[in-house]
Ligand binder design. Sequence first.
Ligand SMILES: *[C@@H]1O[C@H](CO)[C@@H](O)[C@H](O)[C@H]1NC(C)=O
Ligand SMILES: *[C@@H]1O[C@H](CO)[C@@H](O)[C@H](O)[C@H]1NC(C)=O
Ligand SMILES: *[C@@H]1O[C@H](CO)[C@@H](O)[C@H](O)[C@H]1NC(C)=O
Ligand SMILES: *[C@@H]1O[C@H](CO)[C@@H](O)[C@H](O)[C@H]1NC(C)=O
Ligand SMILES: *[C@@H]1O[C@H](CO)[C@@H](O)[C@H](O)[C@H]1NC(C)=O
Ligand SMILES: *[C@@H]1O[C@H](CO)[C@@H](O)[C@H](O)[C@H]1NC(C)=O
Ligand SMILES: *[C@@H]1O[C@H](CO)[C@@H](O)[C@H](O)[C@H]1NC(C)=O
Ligand SMILES: *[C@@H]1O[C@H](CO)[C@@H](O)[C@H](O)[C@H]1NC(C)=O
Ligand SMILES: *[C@@H]1O[C@H](CO)[C@@H](O)[C@H](O)[C@H]1NC(C)=O
Ligand SMILES: *[C@@H]1O[C@H](CO)[C@@H](O)[C@H](O)[C@H]1NC(C)=O
Length: 811
Amino acid sequence: MAMASSSLRLFVVVLLCTTAYSGRAVPAASSDDDAGVSGTGKVYTKVCEPARFAALGLNMTVFQYCNASLSYGERVRDLIGWMTVEEKVGGLGDWTAGAPRIGLPAYKWWSEALHGLSTTGPTTKFDNLATPHLHSGTTAVYNATVFANVINSAASFNETLWKSIGQAVSTEARAMYNMGKGGLTYWSPNINVVRDPRWGRALETPGEDPYVVGRYAVNFVRGMQDIPGHETVAAGVDPNTRPIKTSACCKHYAAYDLDDWNNNTRFKFDARVDERDMVETFQRPFEMCVRDGDVSSVMCSYNRINGIPSCADAHLLSQTIRGDWQLHGYIVSDCDAVRVMTDNATWLGYTAVEASAASLKAGLDLDCGESWIKDANGKPVMDFFTTYGMDAVNAGKMREADIDKALTNQYMTLMRLGYFDDIAQYSSLSKKDICSDEHRSLAVDGARQGMVLLKNENNLLPLDAKKVGRVNVHGPHVQAPEKVMDGDYTGPPCRYVTPRQGVSKYVKFSQHAKTTIYFGGINLHIEKEGNDREDLLLPMNQTKEIIRIAEASPNPIILVILSGGGVDISFAHDNPKIGAILWAGYPGGEGGNAIADVIFGEYNPGGRLPLTWFKNKYISQLPMTSMELRPVPKLGYPGRTYKFYDGSEVLYPFGYGLSYTKFVYKMDTNGTAVTIPVAGRHCKKLSYKSGVSAPACPAINVDGHACTETVSFNVSVSNSGGKGGSHPVIVFTKPPAEVDDAPIKQVVAFQRVFVHARSTVSVSFTLNVCKAFGIVEKTAYTVVPSGVSTVLVENGDSSVSFPVKINLSAV
Ligand SMILES: *[C@@H]1O[C@H](CO)[C@@H](O)[C@H](O)[C@H]1NC(C)=O
Ligand SMILES: *[C@@H]1O[C@H](CO)[C@@H](O)[C@H](O)[C@H]1NC(C)=O
Ligand SMILES: *[C@@H]1O[C@H](CO)[C@@H](O)[C@H](O)[C@H]1NC(C)=O
Ligand SMILES: *[C@@H]1O[C@H](CO)[C@@H](O)[C@H](O)[C@H]1NC(C)=O
Ligand SMILES: *[C@@H]1O[C@H](CO)[C@@H](O)[C@H](O)[C@H]1NC(C)=O
Ligand SMILES: *[C@@H]1O[C@H](CO)[C@@H](O)[C@H](O)[C@H]1NC(C)=O
Ligand SMILES: *[C@@H]1O[C@H](CO)[C@@H](O)[C@H](O)[C@H]1NC(C)=O
Ligand SMILES: *[C@@H]1O[C@H](CO)[C@@H](O)[C@H](O)[C@H]1NC(C)=O
Ligand SMILES: *[C@@H]1O[C@H](CO)[C@@H](O)[C@H](O)[C@H]1NC(C)=O
Ligand SMILES: *[C@@H]1O[C@H](CO)[C@@H](O)[C@H](O)[C@H]1NC(C)=O
């Protein structure tokens, strides 16, 4: 979504509030307020506050939706029962008008928290440090914790970190809510798989592997949402009533990973995707987010898929997210995704009324609009649902019963969030819980955990600060501004440390130092939402400057790269005068400290790349618009991501990352066999490479199989060097070699462990056979192939594997 212009919105809200209502008669309300959300009146943290109703001239007891003895379902039914159809339609957009006559305040749904509280969207409001006299000193909040960007956190391969960040962010969110400065519904995380290295939003995502992306989603969402003791519901309890701390949203569903490339924009783009790629790659993180993370919202994307806009596709929304995956929550559109169906993509020649009706019917519950569009009379158009909803109802194209369903999904979510009643353990969170010492150290630790060491000839790093004494620093990111370090979807950070400031804690700067550090890379002018990359290179003048400085330096120099996506720095990798290369991503408010701690050995880097770093030539081999993950031989397209591309144009592979020590693996097994008894009807056909004859039962369909079989093993990880460090152990499986069109390998598990110098740690894994050995066959069924699969654990220094023979035995 792009930026909102909120001044227009305010105007519209006022207009809607003065509309005459024709519903059930109630005592007249004197004024509106906006519980828990910044506004002019008193701040309430819950709707059902007798004093609030009294101030509106209402008697709260009359409204059973405030009766806490009733179930959420009964209360929501009561609330919707009070509403006129106009009020209901007014509730379908992201900035709702509410209904003051029945005590329902306005609510702004749109907040963001991709890697800390963000100022994107109309809801989260920080005070301005430049105008402190305008604020009462005690409640003014100028900033919040800005964690490293998601691509950095992904590189840590540390699920605990991902969850801890979600927990810290949701604590800061509830504190902001209590002060009337923020909402409860956050449209994060972004979990689209990075299919193409040119994508401008790689920095916002956990990378190119669907399973890793899915695990990131599950952990971040659980951190944002889970209240201790309420992680699950007891048998027989409706999961739609599970209380949550804040509401997260997995976006952008689905097959959305192109922003603006060669005049193909995300608004018009029709992604041509086959069903196998949908199941295996594009939908998988979303399925994990909903099923395993129990997320309370999913956002549909701008693009079309095989001709149909994602936000109007009943198969993708109602049938899959809500039906198959059992979403407990609401589905929201990317901002203006309904509008682009008529303004940009002209889908089926639909009018605004028809596009709105089709989307609601397909399962879209809430329409976000950006409000910068004006209609023929110059009147700002908010979202399409509230603007055209009444026309759609009156034309018989939108059913009130479907509107009620959408509102039920919305208000159930707000009930679970304590919007109506508050949540006792969070009601005292306040300014002191934002930028707390604990959150700031998590930010610096998280940034350190994601640093990836790409080259380290002759152990140039870490530098010994005492021996080195002084360093030269060069490059465009020496004093990188917040805009570079904090990346996208950010808010003002508690503290902001540049690379130079970080380094200055260890050494002095001087002209004649023998050691040089170059801080280079790219920035958000090159990769950003709405802007895909033209190439994978550094700007040419930067490349020239790096080479010139390296040649002039007496000693090999150190190159630090800031970027979200991969950069083709082959010239630096191959240059002996460039001794070390460190990838720092966009490491957030504490980033300068994290970089310096790694350079000077205070922290031993353990990050591994969450996406392939391709050489630039790769992008000339296929257009960004081709959605296929597998190679397309007749068009000469190589495959995409480490799962399907084994070509030569890779600089650093997925999972690459060095350390100041070496980690060597050993496995306690030479192989194992699993026998799965199958009834003939579960057998599925597979494509085999030519010359291979298919066995009687080539594969079993995991649907309809209990999938209880597991494979367990331990990997011993020995730190053979003199420095302790953390290391992510990544487990891949490889399907039987004779199966055609299968992934080369796929991540099925990972665990980050700390290993002391010259010590060994045993890491145990238990793989579910269906999940770890399953592949998606041509017709999009997930199957376990018969034959010998392989379990593989490898890093640049060590590789171990063992065969797993899967015997599908007929019964
Ligand atoms: C509020 O309504 C309840 C239930 O109708 C009634 O018993 C009570 O007297 C009312 N209170 C006031 C102050 O009007
Ligand atoms: C709240 O609901 C319960 C259960 O239906 C009912 O017994 C009680 O009277 C209601 N309270 C009020 C104030 O209406
Ligand atoms: C993109 O559109 C612009 C303006 O219409 C045109 O000048 C340009 O040639 C187009 N670029 C490509 C790659 O098609
Ligand atoms: C989409 O439509 C809007 C409204 O007509 C227009 O302002 C905008 O430029 C269009 N965007 C694209 C990418 O076509
Ligand atoms: C963050 O806010 C605090 C006051 O709460 C202020 O002292 C500090 O300077 C702010 N930090 C930045 C980077 O503006
Ligand atoms: C490269 O050129 C751009 C545009 O002129 C300039 O902004 C930038 O500072 C230059 N970078 C270097 C490293 O010289
Ligand atoms: C694996 O095979 C090797 C060579 O046959 C043997 O030395 C080793 O003990 C075996 N390891 C296990 C765990 O069975
Ligand atoms: C893994 O190690 C643990 C602890 O040493 C041991 O109890 C377990 O049996 C081992 N698992 C396998 C599959 O060897
Ligand atoms: C994983 O992250 C957590 C939370 O930041 C941290 O405490 C832990 O040390 C990390 N684990 C490893 C092995 O680095
Ligand atoms: C598969 O399992 C069945 C049943 O245990 C056994 O009879 C058969 O020999 C096994 N086949 C192979 C190839 O291991």
